[in-house]
Every structure is written in structure tokens, then in C-alpha cells.
Design a protein. Structure first.
Length: 329
């Protein structure tokens, strides 16, 4: 069995550079001035020896891991298979790095106690904050955490810091766009009830005296969209245009329409929500309301670093990106 190499320590660096352990620490942290010639010797010793600071030990001493964590939804798909969460993770990593922080990622099922367990595990590792995109604070007990956390959600949450996109406004944008291009009967594919995208669709249709029908119930995944597409194809009251509540739903619907020879947008126009990179690589390309992921991520990190600030809740407007699927490109 190969012997594990000995870890290079701060003491090794100090001996190589001919300085004290404290000078090595000051050079790395900047907490005290170090002469440039001395600091150069320390940096050269670090490079020669391949020294890597013990972040865990630093976290114990300072009470900060200089990191934040993202808890993303766990689904039947591979981890972070939803393009929106891939983009969100990337945007959060960039926003965190701009503040000198690292980003950890884990997953948890919505409503599952695992979300709280993962959050507590990260808190025990002295992370500086958590971005939670899975579960609900009412059901997961996140309010008991000893570190700041912000919910990445599109629905405002009482008593919790949250950042997200204005779902209602995005739905109004998407539906109005279809109406302005002559569609007189517009369906919705997504969750029913009081969900913000469904309300936006209904209200926009009501404003312009356009029939809001049919409602095709669907979860938010590709398989859900494919099943919804099969149902709308077999229904006797098919609309000439649909607003899908997510890009993943729309991808599944497109497959169902293609398999049945239904032309998009000539026979059925389609607009979706999220504006992920995936929407630009379907055929036809999807017209979609894009979430401002970078701005949301930057705000989430700012809220974590200043949890007593004035932004307890922040909603961003989405941007309608017009492509071929709606018939007006």
C-alpha cells in the first residue's frame, strides 16, 4: 500500500523562509504588515513546498469558513439536471468568489427533513451563509439555524430573507406577447390553483378579453411536459397557443408535438418560463421569459453578508426573449 505523503505545515514554510510561524500567518492573512522582501520569501517557500492552508483549522479559529453553501432540489434526474439550477449554481459561485468566498453544493428533496440536516451540517462547518433552493422554511425548521440563510424562491416567504423572479409579471409578459400576435385562445401548462404563473396567464387573458383555456396540469420536469403534451394533443379543445410554466415543461411538450407531426409555431405557438440555455437549443428555439440569474445570485450573496440590511425580500423582473416558437421571430 502506498504511504500517504506527509502534509506540509505552516511550520515547514516558516523554516524554509527563515521566519516565524506568525510571519507566515500574517503574510497569508494580511492581518499585520510584513516587509515585502520577507513576504516574498514566504510566498516562494509556499510555492516550493506546495503548502495548502488548513481551511478547517482556520474556520475553527476565526468562526468563518469563508464559504457559502447552496442546497438545491433533489429530483429523479441527475444532480442539478435542471438548467436553471446549473446556471444558478454557476452565478452563485461567481458572486461568492467576488467576495472571496468558496461555494459548497448539496441537494435535498422539497419538504424533506434532509434539507434541514444538510443545512445544519454546513452550519457546523462554519459557513458564512446558506442559499436554499429546496424545501420550505415553514416545513424544514430552517428558522432555527445559527447562520444566515436566504431562500432562492419566486414566492415571497414570511419571516425569511428571499430572492427570486416575479413569476406573475413574467406570465403576464408571456401571455400578452401571444395575445398581441393574434392568438385568441391561449392555454396554460403547469400547476393550477393560486400559482403565480397561472394567475398571470388568467389575468392577462381577462384584460384583453381572450379565452384562457385549456389548463393542462403538469409538474415542472421534461417527463411531465411530455405527458402534458400527449394530453393536450388528445383533447378536443386544443388551443392555438400555450404558455408553459418552465422550459423543461416546454421541451417535453415540443417532443410530443413533433412526434405527432404538429408544426410549431404554424399550428401551435409556445412560450415558456426560465430562459435557460436549453431554450436556445430546442427546435424551434423557445421564446421564454428569462430569469436574471446573475443579478439574483449577487443579491443573495449580499443578503447573506449583510443579513441585517434592508433587503429582506427582493423580486426581479424577468425578460421576454423572443425566438421562433411563438411565431413572431
Amino acid at each position: 500500500m502506498q504511504e500517504r505523503p506527509r502534509r506540509v505545515t505552516r511550520r515547514d514554510v516558516a523554516l524554509r523562509a527563515g521566519v516565524s510561524d506568525a510571519v507566515v500567518s500574517y503574510t497569508l492573512s494580511g492581518r499585520a504588515p510584513v516587509a515585502e522582501a520577507t513576504a516574498k520569501r514566504v510566498r516562494e517557500a509556499i510555492q516550493e513546498l506546495g503548502y495548502v492552508p488548513n481551511v478547517s483549522a482556520q474556520a475553527l479559529r476565526s468562526g468563518s469558513a469563508r464559504a457559502i453553501a447552496l442546497i438545491a432540489p433533489a429530483t429523479d434526474d441527475p444532480i442539478l439536471a435542471n438548467p436553471f439550477f446549473i446556471e444558478a449554481a454557476g452565478a452563485l459561485e461567481r458572486a461568492a468568489r467576488d467576495q472571496g468566498l468558496a461555494l459548497f453544493i448539496s441537494t435535498g428533496a422539497p419538504g424533506d427533513d434532509g434539507v434541514l440536516q444538510r443545512a445544519q451540517d454546513f452550519a457546523a462547518r462554519h459557513v458564512d451563509g446558506l442559499v436554499v433552493a429546496a424545501g420550505s422554511p415553514q416545513s424544514t425548521g430552517l428558522e432555527t439555524l445559527t447562520v444566515p440563510w436566504v431562500q432562492l424562491t419566486s414566492e415571497p416567504l414570511d419571516g425569511a430573507m428571499s430572492v427570486g423572479v416575479d413569476l406573475y409579471d413574467g406570465a403576464v409578459q408571456a401571455t400578452t406577447h401571444l395575445i398581441e400576435h393574434g392568438h385568441g385562445r391561449i392555454g396554460f401548462i403547469g400547476e393550477s390553483g393560486d400559482e403565480a404563473r397561472a394567475r398571470g396567464w388568467r389575468d392577462a387573458c381577462k384584460t384583453y378579453d381572450v379565452e384562457a383555456a385549456p389548463l393542462v396540469l403538469s409538474g415542472y420536469g421534461r417527463d411531465d411536459g411530455y405527458a402534458a403534451g400527449q394530453r393536450l394533443l388528445s383533447a378536443p379543445d386544443r388551443a392555438d397557443a400555450y404558455f408553459a410554466a418552465s422550459d423543461l415543461i416546454a421541451v417535453g411538450v415540443l417532443r410530443a408535438l413533433h412526434e405527432h407531426g404538429v408544426q410549431v409555431p404554424e399550428e401551435v405557438a409556445l412560450v415558456s418560463f426560465d430562459g435557460s440555455w436549453q431554450s436556445d437549443y430546442t427546435w424551434p428555439r423557445l421564446t421564454s421569459v428569462r430569469q436574471p440569474v446573475d443579478r439574483m445570485a449577487t443579491m443573495a450573496v449580499q443578503m447573506l453578508l449583510d443579513p441585517t440590511g434592508s433587503h429582506a425580500e427582493r423580486r426581479f423582473a424577468g425578460e421576454l426573449v423572443v425566438r421562433e416558437s411563438c411565431g413572431s421571430h
